[in-house]
Design a protein around this ligand. Structure first.
Ligand code: ZN
Length: 136
C-alpha cells in the first residue's frame, strides 16, 4: 500500500513544515494521514483516540502496547513550560509578583484545564514523531 512518494514525504520536509505537521497531528511518514480520529481537540469523548493506522500510508500508529505512556512526560514538560511562561508574563505585564498567587493560580489552573486536550494531543503526536523510524 505504501509508495515511495508517501514514505519519503516527511523526510523531505524542512523543520518548520515538520513542526506544522506535528501541530496539526499528521503522520510522521507521509505527513498526510491524521493521527487522531477526530479533528476537534476539544471534543470531550474522542480527543485522545489515536487511529490504529495511517489512512494514507498504513503506518502503525501504536507500535507497541502502552506506547503513549511516555507522552505523559512530554505533556508534563509542556504544562510546566506553559505555566512558567504564564508566570513570567504575569510578572512582566500585570505585576503579579508581589500580589501573586491567587490570581495567577486561578488563571493558570483554568488555562491548564482548558488546554489539557491540546497538550495531550500535541504530546502524543510529538512522541510518535520522536520515535518514528522509517523502515521502508
Ligand atoms: Zn502516513
Amino acid at each position: 500500500m505504501t509508495s515511495n512518494t508517501n514514505t519519503m514525504a516527511s523526510n523531505s520536509l524542512n523543520f518548520s513544515d515538520k513542526l506544522f505537521c506535528v501541530a496539526t497531528g499528521k503522520c510522521p511518514r507521509c505527513a498526510k494521514g491524521h493521527h487522531f480520529e477526530g479533528n476537534n481537540p476539544l471534543q470531550p469523548t474522542k480527543f485522545m483516540n489515536v487511529q490504529k493506522r495511517c489512512s494514507s500510508c498504513d503506518l502503525n500508529f501504536e507500535p507497541e502496547i502502552g506506547f503513549y505512556w511516555g507522552a505523559t512526560y512530554v505533556s508534563y514538560m509542556m504544562t510546566v513550560a506553559f505555566s512558567l511562561t504564564l508566570f513570567v508574563a504575569s510578572v512582566i505585564f500585570f505585576g503579579f509578583f508581589n500580589t501573586l498567587n491567587v490570581k495567577f493560580v486561578i488563571v493558570n489552573a483554568i488555562s491548564l484545564v482548558i488546554l489539557a486536550p491540546v497538550f495531550v494531543r500535541l504530546s502524543r503526536t510529538m512522541w510518535l514523531w520522536w520515535f518514528y523510524v522509517d523502515k521502508a
